[in-house]
Write a protein that binds this ligand. Sequence first.
Ligand SMILES: [Fe+2]
Length: 185
Amino acid sequence: MATLSIRDEDRTLTDPKEIGDFLAPFGIWYRRFEGDELPSTATNEEILAAYKAPIDELMAEGGYVTADVINITPEIPGLDAMLAKFDKEHWHDEDEVRFIVKGSGLFHINPGDAGPVFSVEVVAGDMIKVPQGTHHWFHMCQSKTIQAIRLFQSKAGWTPHYTQSKVDARYIPMCFGPEFVPAAN
Ligand SMILES: [Fe+2]
């Protein structure tokens, strides 16, 4: 279940309906899919087949034409350099749609004049759409593991455009899910 945090207001939301309602004015979709957990050995093709119904629904709704599966684990060579591309504030020419199959990750969204920066920690079963043009950045959680289905209108729109605002540096990434370990005093 996702966790939404508005650090500047010291507010945290964990109810999926409340999270969806909070995100809607920003054009961000948030949904939960409850289903049987897939075996950890499931191939990308098996994952896409298992989630065909919700994927087809999202594709029709958002005009997406392709789907793939991304697998990030701590063993990937050059992982830190790869992640460093996404942990600075940026935006894309197309929607960023992620359906989390395994692991977790942390999106920060900066709505600018429309409200304070907030973060959404997504875990297995969460689907989020960050609309094109939305200023955001992304961190992995502690396990550095995430498996997610991605939907695209066109992969060409996926290049990040950096804002260079450095606003990302003001928010320490914190995941609150099952992996969360409070700092020792
Ligand atoms: Fe992004």
